[in-house]
Design a protein around this ligand. Structure first.
Ligand code: DAH
Length: 357
């Protein structure tokens, strides 16, 4: 045994010494200590020795085996360290390289203005409601007191879904009024922003645009409340106390009386006008309340609806609505906002039942 070890040992130690990478070293390990390795074979041979030799040979062989294992381990550590050093040397970071051009995005003015509006309404205690873009006839028209033959339908030419005449792209956010009242008993105080669709295209009309709807229903809610809410909102939104509000009698099937609200004061003057038409509003029609299972003898309220894009154009001096949806990076860089400009108070808004159906 000692003889065999004497020949094996220098050979193994030399090979370990000369191994210059981890793969080569592992091959040596397998050749020595693996299943059929030289030392493993010697271990097996122990069993064939006479008892009196076995003990001593066993001890010698164990010492040898440990020595080889330790030498292998030490070499392995050395090689790993060398490999790491080589890696560090070759993959040096050149901190003098110029940085990559950064491309911080911008918040679209419509998103920005939507946030600003919601923030103000949240401060006034309004909840947030939502409805689907693909609406049915009942919520978009009929429940809003617009029967199939009503001429008001012509004012809002929409897109129909092929194969299902009851599915349309909503023409206004007013349908969320219905969804909210169907799901929740008064008192109700919601705003509902979102995309709406109509067959229109010119400098102030695009087939897709954005509206925000307001609805307040309670026992004594009246026109004075509506005027107060709108006036306060306009002052906060346009950041000026010089806001004049004018209600002009108008017609909407879902309100009675109905008004167009115009804004005057410095804002209108800034674009050379005395009044700017801003939004539609009125007292919710008793038929609409009835359609939602609310007793008009017990409850009443107001509603309003306006174009978010229009507010964005007014506040930030954007001349053509169509550019808003062109996805032109030059336009977005000019009119867009950095993320830090977004107010964050809307996280306090709670979602009402309107969105569930
Ligand atoms: N839905 C109307 C439109 O799209 C706007 C509107 C008018 C909404 C009067 C209302 C309202 O809630 O009371 O033109």
């Amino acid at each position: 045994m000692q003889n065999k070890i004497n020949t094996l040992k220098p050979d193994l130690l030399q090979k370990i010494e000369q191994a210059n990478n981890l793969t080569a070293l592992d091959e040596i390990r397998v050749a020595a200590l693996g299943k059929n390795g030289a030392i493993t074979v010697l271990m097996k041979e122990l069993g064939t020795l006479p008892v009196e030799e076995k003990k001593q040979a066993g001890q010698v062989l164990n010492v040898f085996k440990t020595e080889i294992a330790n030498t292998l381990e030490a070499k392995k550590k050395k090689l790993e360290e060398a490999e790491m050093n080589a890696k560090l040397a070759s993959q040096k970071v050149d901190v003098t390289l110029p940085v990559r051009p950064n491309s911080v995005g911008r918040i679209h003015p419509v998103s920005q203005v939507m946030e600003e509006m919601l923030t103000i309404f949240a401060q006034m205690g309004f909840d947030l409601a939502e409805g689907p873009d693909i609406e049915d006839d009942w919520h978009n028209f009929e429940a809003l007191n617009i029967p199939p033959s009503h001429p008001a339908r012509q004012m809002q030419a929409t897109f129909f879904m092929e194969g299902d005449s009851d599915k349309i792209l909503r023409t206004h956010t007013s349908g969320v009024q219905i969804r909210t009242m169907e799901n929740k008993k008064p008192p109700i105080k919601i705003v509902a922003p979102g995309r709406v669709y109509r067959v229109d295209y010119d400098a102030t009309h695009t087939p897709m645009f954005h509206q925000i709807e307001g609805l307040v229903i309670d026992k004594t809610t009246n026109l004075a409340h509506l005027k107060g809410v709108l006036e306060e909102f306009l002052k906060l939104f346009f950041e000026t106390d010089d806001v004049k509000l004018r209600f002009r009698p108008s017609f909407f099937p879902f309100t009675e009386p109905s008004y167009e609200a115009d804004v005057g004061g410095s804002l209108a003057k800034s674009i050379g006008k005395e009044w700017i038409e801003l939004l539609g509003c009125g007292m919710v029609h008793p038929n609409v309340l009835k359609n939602c299972g609310i007793d008009p003898n017990e409850y009443q309220g107001f509603a309003f609806g306006c174009g978010i894009d229009r507010f964005a154009m007014l506040k930030y001096g954007i001349p053509d609505l169509r550019n808003m949806f062109d996805a032109d990076m030059r336009w977005i860089k000019h009119y867009g906002f950095l993320p830090t400009d977004i107010p964050t108070i809307t996280s306090g808004l709670s979602l009402t039942a309107g969105s569930k159906k």
